[in-house]
Design a protein around this ligand. Structure first.
Ligand code: NAD
Ligand code: MG
Length: 401
């Protein structure tokens, strides 16, 4: 059976107004700040008309005073008064709480959502934005891991494009431009291998938060940094790719490429392989997703073939980095299993970041949660939410949270 990925029309200029109004969900995070850098550098192309943050009210206020959005949302309600006091006199609507996030996602003050919240919390606002017809630049991979079938079918039903921001998926998306309905034989996701490449369990058993958080090639938020160090990030990305590009699990491969220059590859039916390359800098996939189908000029450092050392490729060490194998079994099993995997992983990472769990214990928590939460083959959206809750409760009981 052949699976055909349908690329959004290249003729279509996504978000037609001259200045694209960006609703930036998660503006205080790593992707959020880099998105604002891109907007700041391109004031004739983009404006930030909605900003949201969870708890960093100081940065949110600073960003709002610079970009003057129509709306800001702070999800931690205890910070509402501070944000309102700083911004209400500027004519900015200030909202607070989780429900406000969803309400804001339904507002018509933006054309394109930059989905840059981390974790399961990003799912509801993204669904609301899709339902109300906004195109999505998707950084929040957990949204597709948890409920990829619901998200993609809702996007299709609403004529909405999901443009990936994750660098690997952006690479694949770029490789598919101009390929029409040419079938994909397989995709090859590259992985840097993280800070513990080549290490074995006897070393990993003792690693701490500070070691795990220091990624060699990318500077990212805490959760994705830990996911990169365990290779769970690559597992989540395999599931993300399945939904974005309509692939069978057997069509998705992972290769370790420590230099992070090739961001991923597509192998077509005729055995031709296309790769997208460049220095590792998230601003590139961010601006590509925002400007698609245009490419816009920038002054980012350029890759220099004359100066660069070898590009190398190795298979992943599944024996040491067992999270990748768990993610692949969730991918193969389907149903609510990726949702259970994601919830358990979010709790495990939280436990590790707060020194409640050792590095290798994260894998145990995920494995046991996957074995104990009821499997549902074809879950509804409500059942995804229930499975997430159940998996969180189970994982929390293992960690004593
Ligand atoms: P981050 O931790 O730096 O930022 C997360 C943002 O989400 C912050 O603005 C925070 O206020 C907000 N947030 C956190 N919890 C929230 C909650 N419960 N409710 C509402 N808002 C909440 O994370 P990041 O590294 O920017 O990553 C964001 C997403 O992008 C993740 O899904 C990650 O996997 C994906 N991504 C990140 C990178 C990267 O280089 N950072 C690369 C590829 C994909
Ligand atoms: Mg990635």
């Amino acid at each position: 059976m052949e699976f055909i990925f349908s690329h959004p029309s290249e003729a279509e200029d996504i978000g037609s107004p001259a200045i694209k109004r960006v609703g930036l969900f998660g503006s205080t995070g790593s992707i959020g700040k880099q998105t604002l850098e891109v907007i700041r550098a391109n004031p004739t192309l983009f404006s930030a008309t909605l900003l949201t943050a969870h708890s960093n009210h100081e940065l949110l206020i600073e960003q709002a005073l610079e970009f003057m959005p129509a709306v800001v949302v702070i999800t931690q309600t205890s910070k509402y008064a501070l944000v309102k006091e700083a911004l209400a006199s500027k004519g900015i609507l200030v909202m607070a709480g989780e429900a406000a996030l969803e309400e804001a996602a339904g507002m018509d003050c933006f054309d394109l959502m930059m989905a840059a919240i981390v974790g399961f919390a990003g799912l509801k606002p993204t669904l609301k934005a899709i339902e109300t017809g906004k195109n999505i630049a998707l950084a929040n991979k957990e949204t597709l891991v948890v409920a990829g079938d619901v998200v993609m079918s809702m996007a299709a039903a609403n004529g909405v494009s999901i443009i990936p921001v994750d660098s690997e998926h952006s690479a694949i998306f770029q490789c598919l431009v101009g390929e029409g309905a040419n079938p994909i034989e397989k995709i090859i996701l590259t992985a840097s291998g993280g800070p513990f490449i080549g290490r074995k369990p006897n070393y990993l058993v003792n690693v701490k938060r500070e070691h795990a958080i220091a990624h060699p090639n990318w500077s990212m938020g805490a959760k994705i940094s830990i996911d990169s160090s365990t290779l769970m990030n690559k597992g989540l990305e395999m599931i993300e790719a399945k939904w974005l590009f309509n692939l069978e699990p057997s069509q998705i491969e992972v290769v370790i490429h420590p230099q992070s220059i090739i961001h991923s590859m597509v192998q077509f039916k005729d055995n031709s392989i296309k790769a997208q390359m460049g220095l590792p800098d998230m601003k590139l996939p961010i601006q590509y997703a925002m400007a698609y189908p245009q490419r816009i000029q920038n002054s980012f450092p350029r890759f220099n073939f004359a100066k660069s050392a070898t590009l190398s490729f190795d298979p992943p060490d599944f024996k040491t980095f067992r999270n990748l194998g768990l993610a692949i079994s969730a991918l193969n099993k389907g149903g609510n299993m990726p949702c259970i995997l994601n919830a358990a992983n979010e709790l495990a990472v939280y436990g590790f970041l707060n020194n409640r769990l050792g590095f290798l214990d994260m894998t145990e928590v995920i494995e046991q949660t996957m074995a104990n939460v009821a499997f549902i083959g074809q879950p509804s959206l409500e059942e995804y939410f229930e499975s997430d809750g159940e998996a969180r409760n189970f994982a929390a009981s293992l960690i004593n949270l």
